[in-house]
Design a protein around this ligand. Structure first.
Ligand code: NAD
Length: 297
């Protein structure tokens, strides 16, 4: 990490107000909602119009439920909508962004190409963050000319509910970028942890290890998915079992992470189980598809 006097000067001048969230899937919609609720001006962008519409519905449902439960006032809901814009045009989305948070699929090449494009469209001052679950932040940062102003901002699903924000510091990330991300995490009501740029960081490395082992146990007929989940919830006090969690995250997302971690660590711990590969091939990718280890319909 670099920093020093230059970093301190930059930190003083760095105020994030305009945020562009790129990718309006499970995570992007949640990040955009939470940022807008915290008072940021947010543009949520996606290449697919139906995804933007789906994000609009998801956010509306979350906010309306919050109002029904007395956790969000009607004024807060309306102010959140007033600060949130949905856009398909990337140039429009990042034109005045102080921070771009990328939340597109877990593929290094896609993310690298996106950041290269964003850099041609956004102001010089813009900070870059990736919501990647596992990929190397330093490698992604080196695709841009601002590796010093690049970091991982790893949110958790569902973003409006999960309290953790894992900040991942790349080799070149400077102090002021980390400080700005920390401040944003606090303003959004998140508890922040700071982790070195190691494959899978702190969260995914441990979470995927447990999830893959649970899938191997289903594969080997050790117990049913329900019973394995009960083993962890009732026996170990986990709020949710590893297989239900895999359904919520998306089996496709977890498979990508497992493949990457397997390649990075080069041993069998993270080798994707055959059952996981099969289920993804069959489209049984979890809650978003209506079925995974559980039937969600
Ligand atoms: N799902 C989770 O529980 C979870 C948790 C933490 C982090 N993550 C990470 O967040 C990222 C996104 O995951 P997700 O589950 O939200 O995925 P998702 O598949 O739900 O959404 C991805 C979205 O990105 C859009 N997209 C694809 N290419 C694009 C491009 N070039 N420009 C703009 N939009 C584009 C897609 O249309 C889609 O709407 C991944 O890196 C994933 O590893 C996921």
């Amino acid at each position: 990490m670099t920093g020093g006097a230059q970093g301190a000067v930059a930190a003083e001048g760095m105020t994030i107000q305009h945020v562009a969230v790129v990718g309006a899937g499970t995570m992007g919609a949640g990040i955009a909602q939470v940022a807008a609720m915290a008072g940021y001006d947010v543009v949520l962008q996606d290449v697919q119009e139906p995804q933007l519409e789906r994000a609009r519905t998801t956010i509306a449902t979350m906010l309306d439920k919050g109002v029904d439960r007395g956790k969000v006032t009607e004024a807060q809901r309306d102010e959140t909508w007033a600060r949130l814009t949905l856009a398909q045009d990337l140039g429009v989305a990042v034109a005045s962004a102080d921070l771009v948070v990328e939340a597109i699929p877990e593929k290094m090449e896609w993310k690298a190409a996106l950041f290269r494009e964003v850099e041609t469209l956004c102001p010089e001052r813009t900070l870059f963050a990736s919501n990647t679950s596992s990929l190397s932040i330093s490698r992604l940062a080196n695709e841009t000319k601002r590796a010093d102003r690049f970091l991982g901002m790893h949110f958790f699903n569902p973003v409006p509910i999960m309290k953790l924000l894992e900040l991942v510091v790349g080799e070149a990330t400077n102090e002021s970028t980390l400080a700005a991300a920390r401040a944003m995490g606090a303003r959004m009501g998140k508890s922040v942890i700071v982790v070195k740029d190691a494959p899978g960081f702190a969260t995914s490395r441990l979470g995927i290890a447990l999830g893959l082992e649970a899938i191997r146990m289903v594969e080997q007929g050790v117990a049913s998915a329900e019973d394995i989940d009960l083993a962890m919830t009732l026996g170990y006090g986990h709020p949710m079992g590893p297989l239900r969690l895999t359904d919520l995250v998306g089996l496709d997302v977890r498979l990508e992470i497992a493949r990457y971690l397997h390649g990075e660590f080069g041993d069998d711990r993270f080798r994707p189980p055959v059952l996981l590969e099969q289920m993804v091939e069959e489209g049984r990718i979890g809650k978003k598809a209506g079925r995974g280890f559980y039937d969600w319909e």
